[in-house]
Design a protein. Structure first.
Length: 61
């Protein structure tokens, strides 16, 4: 499920990617990569918003 989520993310289909990442987590709650994938997608979507640059820096690492 996680690998499918990555493929969807790379294709720009964030909703599907998040859904598959969440499914992966339902089978393996300790799969940190899936949490990071979801977090990175939220951070990427923040770049499309008009939010303050310091908040963007917080999420971009």
């Amino acid at each position: 499920m996680y690998k499918i989520a990555v493929k969807f993310k790379n294709a720009g289909r964030r909703v599907s990617a998040r859904n598959y990442a969440e499914q992966a987590l339902s089978f393996q709650p300790s799969l940190g990569r899936a949490y990071l994938l979801i977090a990175n997608m939220y951070a990427d979507s923040a770049n499309g918003c008009g939010i303050h640059s310091s908040i963007k820096e917080l999420f971009s690492g």
